[in-house]
Ligand binder design. Structure first.
Ligand code: AVJ
Length: 328
């Protein structure tokens, strides 16, 4: 597999329609049960709604992870060491990155993101906050091996993957990504990864079905986006947001549920949803200490340290690239 570099990341047809979006939506709506990948939530409206979600009283993950970074700076510095090239998977517009960088005396910062405009804005913002820190943004899909910029060639790497974004993936995809990250970062690298923890389902469901209806708006925006961008005729008033805890698979699932029988078109193709039928739009897996460790180990990473917030809701885990050994 050759690392990606400088490829066109959004492929538009003659009408300006994102081909990958259309393909994912049409394939997902032809399936039973219907499902659309969560990555399509994040158009401009969806990204703004997600920012709103992070400030909701019920949505604890962002605050919990931020507190962990604020409260443990000295321990991060000790465990990680200075002089690292910090490679962030999905460049955050967040407050988390500066907290990490301030704690550890990095040698360079390499944000990776598929959204080029967003990436350059976030990179410029960060460079302004850290004069003297070399910032090398890379526009890339980090689900594939990425060629890091030559400027960080000799430097030890720290991958940073906050937000429990790993929880959006089913285990086999999560393991694929962890193995890909290991290829991107190389031997001797470390990874600091956020994982949201299993807890009282009532707390979890509230975090994904808030009283203000912001998460509902975020979920329903996907239907609006399909109507806007793919010539869809989905009657959005006939859909309701549903957040369910799946205890067997340890995940919150978000669905768009039909409140009556629906018929609509997307890109000229006809679909129906029977009353009560859903379009599955997101999984957010939650972890225990052992399930998180097992996932990391399966992906080629050995956990070495773990920090929790004071409510024990969220974990930041430091792991090192497992060295290859033949036995035992
Ligand atoms: C950005 C994937 C971490 O799963 O908690 C928040 C997305 N979806 N509310 C999460 C999300 C609904 C979020 N992640």
């Amino acid at each position: 597999m050759s690392p990606t570099k400088g490829i066109a990341l959004v492929d538009l047809d003659e009408q300006g329609v994102d081909r990958a979006f259309r393909a994912d939506v049409l394939t997902g709506l032809r399936q039973t049960p219907k499902a659309i990948p969560a990555r399509w939530f994040y158009d401009d409206a969806g990204s703004a709604l997600f920012e709103d979600i992070t400030r909701l009283p019920e949505y604890y993950p962002t605050r919990a992870e931020t507190t962990i970074l604020q409260a443990n700076g000295t321990e991060f510095a000790e465990a990680i060491g200075p002089g690292k090239a910090v490679v962030e998977f999905g460049s955050g517009s967040s407050v988390k990155t500066p907290l990490l960088l301030r704690a550890i005396e990095p040698a360079a910062y390499v944000p990776l993101d598929i959204a080029g405009d967003f990436l350059r804005a976030a990179a410029a913002d960060l460079a302004a906050k850290f004069p003297g820190l070399p910032v090398h943004p890379v526009e890339a899909d980090f689900m594939r091996e990425v060629a890091l910029p030559p400027q960080v060639d000799g430097l030890p790497k720290l991958g940073f993957f906050p937000g429990s974004t790993i929880g959006n993936m089913v285990p086999r995809t999560a393991v694929d990504l962890l193995r890909t990250m290991r290829l991107t970062l190389g031997q001797g690298s470390k990874l600091l990864i956020g994982m949201d923890l299993v807890k009282d389902p009532a707390v979890l469901v509230a975090a994904y079905d808030d009283a203000a209806g912001t998460t509902a708006a975020f979920n329903l925006n996907l239907a609006h986006r399909i109507n806007r961008e793919l010539g869809g005729t989905i009657p959005v008033q006939g859909l309701r947001h549903a957040a369910r805890w799946n205890d067997d698979l340890a995940r919150i699932e978000m669905h768009l549920e039909a409140t009556r029988d629906l018929a609509f078109e997307v890109s000229g193709e006809r679909f129906t949803l029977a009353e009560g039928e859903t379009i599955h739009t997101e999984n957010s897996h939650k972890f225990t200490r052992r399930s998180g460790n097992t996932l990391l180990l399966a992906g080629g990473w050995t956990p070495i340290r773990r920090w929790l917030d004071s409510h024990r809701r969220f974990a930041l885990i430091l792991a090192r690239a497992t060295e290859h050994r033949d036995a035992p």
